[in-house]
Design a binder for this molecule. Structure first.
Ligand code: ADP
Length: 278
């Protein structure tokens, strides 16, 4: 396949259509090892070109200061959330990016509604916010592990749709990505974590409990994605067994949504032509 270089070229549009969920999430029909015709070298070239475009768009977003972008990242353990953030967002100006991880809620957080700890981390105008896990945990792990009654989590899809619509209406583009890793690849990555001294710290015995609940998690992901993928706040399912495919897909998704915002440099003050800097 030819290199994807322009946001408007048909192959990019086709790729984004394939990744975007509109209706059925089709998790069992998607291939986490998909390459979309790239090889590693070609993908690296496309990725570099996309990052260059993203750097420019981020500058404009910041200078324009009237919109923001929220990137929600969800995945099973070892699917590469941290590595995605490192690979894609470290190429941007860190002064304009806020990364927020959401782990097990604290006692104070649990004493409030589940969106309480989320909302004030939504990005301010001009900024890109990254959620490493998110409010979706409250319809994923919470559902799978029975942490609240079904009658409570079932209502949350509506809340989430409305919450994200509120963000969109107020100027935040909401983009959601599920990194789809295969169960086999997760096994390999867990084994590597256990073997490598520099990765062992990442492994928690509890990770195996979640792995054992894989089918229930996939069911919960399917429901969450299908019920909350909207025109304004779409979900993308990104194949994540190959990091280089994952990175290009994410760069292209981000570029598409920043292009849609179409941020512009503000007009300069009048009279600048007459100024002499002494
Ligand atoms: P990660 O696995 O994302 O690298 P951690 O090892 O800190 O980071 O794990 C975060 C854990 O917090 C995950 O197991 C996740 O399921 C859990 N978690 C996140 N949000 C919630 C929530 N709202 N309720 C219960 N558990 C949550």
């Amino acid at each position: 396949m030819a290199a994807h270089t322009s946001p408007d070229d048909p192959s990019t549009k086709e790729l984004l259509r394939a990744l975007r969920v509109d209706g059925s999430a089709d998790l069992d029909r998607r291939d986490p090892r998909e390459t979309f015709g790239w090889d590693k070298e070609g993908a690296a070239e496309v990725f570099a070109a996309e990052m260059e475009a993203l750097v420019d768009l981020q500058k404009r977003l910041f200078a324009d200061g009237s919109n923001s972008l929220l990137f929600v990242l969800q995945a099973m353990d070892a699917a590469g959330k941290d590595s995605t953030i490192r690979s894609v967002f470290s190429g941007l100006n860190p002064a304009g990016v806020d990364v927020n991880p959401f782990g097990v809620p604290t006692e104070e957080e649990r004493a409030h509604d589940y969106l309480w700890r989320i909302h004030h981390h939504a990005p301010a105008d001009g900024r890109i916010g990254v959620f490493n896990r998110s409010h979706y945990e409250d319809v994923l792990v919470v559902r799978v592990k029975d942490l609240v009654p079904a009658k409570v989590w079932r209502k949350r899809y509506d809340h989430i749709r409305n919450f994200e619509q509120l963000l969109t209406d107020e100027g935040t583009a909401v983009v959601k990505v599920f990194l789809q890793v295969s169960r086999d690849e997760q096994k390999e990555r867990f084994e590597e974590r256990l073997q490598r001294p520099d990765k062992r710290w990442k492994f928690r015995a509890g990770d195996l409990d979640d792995r054992a609940l894989w089918p229930a998690f996939m069911e919960a992901y399917t429901d969450a994605i299908e019920k909350t993928s909207t025109d304004d706040a779409p979900w993308y399912v990104v194949p994540a067994d190959r990091k280089w495919v994952r990175n290009v897909c994410i760069a292209k998704i981000l570029r598409h949504h920043l292009d849609e915002i179409d941020p512009q440099y503000p007009d300069p003050e009048d009279g600048l032509d007459d100024i002499v800097v002494v």
